[in-house]
Each structure stands twice: as C-alpha cells, then as structure tokens.
Design a protein around this ligand. Structure first.
Ligand code: AHG
Ligand code: MN
Ligand code: MN
Length: 408
C-alpha cells in the first residue's frame, strides 16, 4: 500500500485526472477517477493512504495487487518456475543455467576482443576446413567447460570439434548438447553481431564411457555419433544468445519462445519478451546475393520477384548481416525470410543441420513460423553425419511457403 505525504489541495484545485485528496479528518471515501477505476483515499493528519480499487464484474469494488516496478524475472527464477511446473527436470535446469553462464562469459570476451588481443585467426582449421578465429576456439572451450562443470551432460557435439565428445565428469542427467559456440565469427573483428546456438536432446546412457567395460574409445566414439545424430523433432530445448548492442538469450522448451536481455548492471538475464510470435508474413529478405549467379534458376526467379513484384506490389527490403543469429533474430521479430540456399559450389549450402538449422527451426516453429530446406521440414531431417550441411529457408510461414512453391 503506497503511503504519501501530500499537500492539502483546496477544493477549487481538485482534479480527477490525478489522484485526488480531500481535506477531511479520519474519514475514508472513494475519489472517482473515471467510471471504472476508483481510488480509496484515507486521510490521517498530513498522511494520505491511497489504494487502487477496481470494479468487479458484479459492480463491486475490489482490491488489486500492486506490482512492484522493481520486480524482475531473471532467467534463473524463470527456469526454476518451469521446473516447479514440471516442464523441465532439475537436471535440465542445471544444463540450461550452465549454458547461460557460458553465454555471459562469451559476451564479455566478444565485447573485449580488441582489448584482450582476441581478434584475428587462431592459425588452425576446423573439421570443415574453415579458418578458426581465436574467439571460435576460446568460445568452444568456454562452452565445453561450462557444460562439463554442470555434471549433467553426457555428450557434447560442437562445430569446432571433429567428433562428439563423451563427458567423463557427468554423474547424472547425461543430456546431449549440440552447439555452435560462436556463430558469425567472420564478423567479430568488425564488432558486428555474433551469437551462440545450442540444442539439447534426451539423455542416452549408451554412449557413456564405462571404465569397467572392455569397450574401446573407438566404440564409444561410434556410439556418441549415433546418439547425437537425431532429428530436430527430438529436441527438448533450443536457444541462442546474440552478442549485439544488447546481449539477448532466446530460449524454447517446447512451450513457446522466451527472450531474456542481459542487464549489464546485475550481470543477469532478465525476461523481456514472453511467447514471441513471428509475423505470418514480412517484407524483408536475408540472402547472400553475392551467390546469385551460382543459384538454381527457380530460386533466382523467386528473388527477382521479391525485388520486382510488378505494378501491384512493393519490393521487399534486403537485410543481410552474415551472422545467422543476428539475421534470424531480426526475422523472428519483424517477419520475413532468411535463406542460405545450395549453390553450384556448395551442393548442400553452408549451414549445419545439427547445431544451426535444427535448433533455429525448433525456435521458429514454436513462434508460429517455418524452417525448411526448400522441400521438407528441417525438424524431420535425420542427420547422417555430425557436420552435415543443408539448405535453410526460415522465417514467416507465408514467406517460406511462397519460396517452397517457387522451388517445387
Ligand atoms: P560460423 O561463423 O559459425 O561458421 O557461421 C557462419 C554462417 C552463418 O552465421 C551466416 O549466416 C553464414 O555463415 C554467412 O555466410 P556467407 O558469408 O557465405 O554469407
Ligand atoms: Mn554458425
Ligand atoms: Mn561458429
């Protein structure tokens, strides 16, 4: 209940546009602000106690609970609530907390990259023959360390590791976590948006290294690969963290999409958007058009149509950062389509099914959008290898379906 000391207004200055006070001793009465809201003002000397009263449907005034402006929901308290509601178990809560911790650490490393001499190349190539950046390597280490320390992860598969790794430190849970520790790393040195992407699959004990057992490391590795190669349909949770002008952590547990913004004052992720829904359509397209000449003719026609829809339509706007996380996040909020098609040089496009396309498709579907390879739903695709690439078209449902028609 708010207690305020207020000057005693004269009756002539009485205004109902703000809270009104009457000069009356030890009496309480209702001051009408408008027809639906009434305020009960109780005068005690110079102190006036006021509470907001609302009319119930029956016409009776009822007390409403005052929401504190200081009440913030952190990712931690939100996760605990999901656990209390039975949406996730305690083990998954721990895994997700450790991922958020990794993201905070990477956010800080990305932000200070220039100062800490973390820009530039590492001097080695990853499993895909790509030049690893220093921050790719460091972010991978940070992610892996946080997941190991959680003690709840059985297998981790990363863009930066040749094969999935069995985590010996796991003593309960054994979740399978796939991740791209730093996405859009070519943008780092220019301080442009980057991100981390992750997906979590059901535990599977088959892949664990049993020291009593006579299994060789090779067999364990084989079991890990089989366990990690699951279709996106099996995902329990997926999310990403975007390192941009704000650090944004977006998460789905299969019951809607939620977004948390890192508050630099507390170092905590704060819930800022609930149940995000992607617009059904949107006039923004994000494709690397530098590859236009390498594309299939049907795709060229589609892009040509977006740019020149004829006299009746307005051309789409082009936006392309070159960081999937950044391009996806904008698409999620504003609508439109993001695409990384196959081309004459890369028959399966560039993006990886397991830790880029599947988690993003799970998120977009949870927001009412669509993720497709042009013909089929990404979440239905069964990976045949860890670093498998697939074409990706993702975004507003109507935009992705329009593209599918062009490609059919
Ligand atoms: P990563 O940095 O993890 O290798 O991913 C880069 C990806 C993705 O983020 C982005 O959408 C795409 O590469 C950009 O590729 P182009 O430079 O070929 O457009
Ligand atoms: Mn990536
Ligand atoms: Mn990456």
């Amino acid at each position: 209940m708010a207690v305020s000391t207020a000057p005693t207004p004269t009756t002539s200055s009485l205004s109902f546009s703000h809270l009104s006070f009457f000069q009356h001793k030890k009496t309480s009465f209702l001051c009408t602000k408008n027809s639906t809201v009434k305020r009960k003002c109780e005068h005690r000397g110079v102190h006036v106690k006021c509470m907001v009263l609302e009319k119930s449907s029956a016409g009776e005034a009822k007390k409403t609970k005052r929401q504190s402006v200081y009440k913030l929901q952190t990712l931690t308290s939100w996760l605990l609530k999901q656990e209390q509601d039975g949406i996730i178990d305690a083990e998954l809560t721990i895994v997700l907390s450790s991922i958020s911790m990794a993201c905070k650490q990477i956010a800080s490393l990305v932000q200070r990259a220039g100062i800490s001499k973390l820009t530039g190349v590492h001097g080695a190539f990853n499993a895909h023959g790509e030049d690893q950046k220093k921050l790719d390597v460091v972010s991978n280490e940070v992610f892996s360390n946080c997941l190991r320390a959680s003690g709840r992860t059985g297998i981790i598969a990363s863009e930066e590791e040749d094969v999935p790794v069995a985590v010996e430190e796991s003593y309960y849970g054994n979740y399978i976590v796939v991740f791209d520790p730093l996405d859009g790393s070519s943008n780092i040195d220019a301080a442009v948006s980057t991100g981390s992407i992750f997906g979590i699959y059901t535990p599977n004990d088959d892949c664990l290294l049993d020291l009593e057992d006579s299994t060789t490391l090779d067999t364990v590795e084989q079991r890990c690969i089989v366990n990690v190669c699951q279709p996106g349909n099996n995902l329990l949770a997926a999310g990403y963290c975007m390192y941009s002008s704000s650090v944004i952590f977006v998460l789905t547990l299969g019951n809607g999409v939620f977004s948390f913004t890192l508050d630099p004052m507390f170092g905590e992720f704060i819930l800022t958007q609930e149940n995000i829904q992607i617009p059904k359509a949107g006039k923004i397209y994000a494709f690397n058009e530098g590859n236009y000449q390498l594309w299939d003719d049907r795709l060229k026609k589609y892009i040509d149509h977006l740019k020149d829809p004829g006299p009746s339509g307005k051309p789409y706007s082009a936006r392309y950062i070159g960081s999937l996380v950044g391009d996806f996040h904008r698409t999620l909020l504003y609508g439109g389509i993001y695409g990384y098609p196959r081309n004459k040089k890369s028959r399966n496009g560039k993006l990886r099914l397991l830790y880029e396309c599947a988690p993003m498709s799970f998120i977009v579907e949870q927001a009412g959008g669509k993720g497709s390879d042009g013909q089929q739903r990404i979440l239905d695709m069964q990976p045949v290898e860890i670093h498998q690439r697939v074409p990706l078209y993702i975004g507003s449902i109507e935009e992705v379906e329009k593209l599918e028609k062009y490609l059919s």
